[in-house]
Design a protein around this ligand. Structure first.
Ligand SMILES: *Cc1c(COP(=O)(O)O)cnc(C)c1O
Length: 230
């Protein structure tokens, strides 16, 4: 049963918070539902989840239509500028902003829709060629530029850590993100807060929480393996 998976993830989060001397309320669990049918999302909704993460614009929009209106939708996937108009005003948070070009398109659509769009800046902390996100040494400069766009609000940083067999290997990267957030905070840039650190997935969310994550994105651990071939 999916709700048993959810309960296990909840228990792990609680224990990780305890180990780190943190409060459970400091960590938001996002149920990453990409590729999964709405019936499965409804099941997790009925078990109490209100935060869902999707990585494709079309799929997210379809699901928004079919599911209850009090869900907070998180865009966690790479975003093409021509798709921005479909999600502005419909997402609780865009986690994957990694260029000024994309930020400017979000600004343009946000002005049109008369909304303020909360975003995270995606950092490729391990500098893997296969991943989106900017390198950590470019982050402060990008944050400073995006901060000038008055219809965006930078809430923090997001990262996707490397795929590793031992999650301990990612501890250094999660710590790096937290330190980078502290550095950015010290710059005291207007229109920028660093309250959210979106880091940790099924394989490594407990380590991420120990290192200060405030949002974990868990897909497989809740919904089971994804099958991209059907
Ligand atoms: C798919 C995805 C996740 C969830 O991954 P799992 O390993 O299934 O928990 C988290 N974050 C992002 C950005 C994703 O694309």
């Amino acid at each position: 049963m999916l709700k048993d998976n959810l309960a296990l993830v909840e228990k792990n989060i609680e224990e990780a918070c305890k180990r780190a001397g943190r409060k459970r309320e400091e960590v938001t669990l996002i149920a990453v539902s990409k590729t999964k049918p709405v019936e499965m999302l409804q099941e997790i909704y009925d078990a109490g989840s209100r935060e869902f993460g999707e990585n494709k614009v079309q799929e997210m929009c379809d699901k928004i239509e079919q599911l209850p209106k009090d869900i907070h939708w998180h865009m966690i996937g790479h975003l093409q500028t021509n798709k921005v108009k479909y999600i502005v005003g419909r997402t609780a948070l865009i986690h994957s902003v990694d260029s000024l070009h994309l930020a400017k398109e979000i600004q343009k659509q946000a002005v049109k829709a008369d909304v303020i769009v909360p975003i995270l800046v995606e950092v490729n902390i391990a500098e893997e060629d296969s991943k989106f996100g900017i390198h950590s040494d470019e982050t402060i400069a990008l944050v400073s530029e995006i901060a000038k766009l008055d219809h965006l609000h930078i809430e923090g940083l997001m990262t996707i850590a490397p795929f590793v067999s031992n999650p301990e290997e990612n501890r250094v990267y999660f710590r790096g993100i937290r330190e980078l957030a502290v550095d950015i905070n010290n710059q005291k840039i207007d229109n920028v807060s660093m309250g959210i650190l979106s880091m940790g997935m099924t394989n490594d969310y407990t380590v991420a929480i120990e290192e200060g994550s405030t949002m974990v994105r868990v897909g497989t651990g809740i919904f089971g393996e994804r099958n991209y071939n059907i």
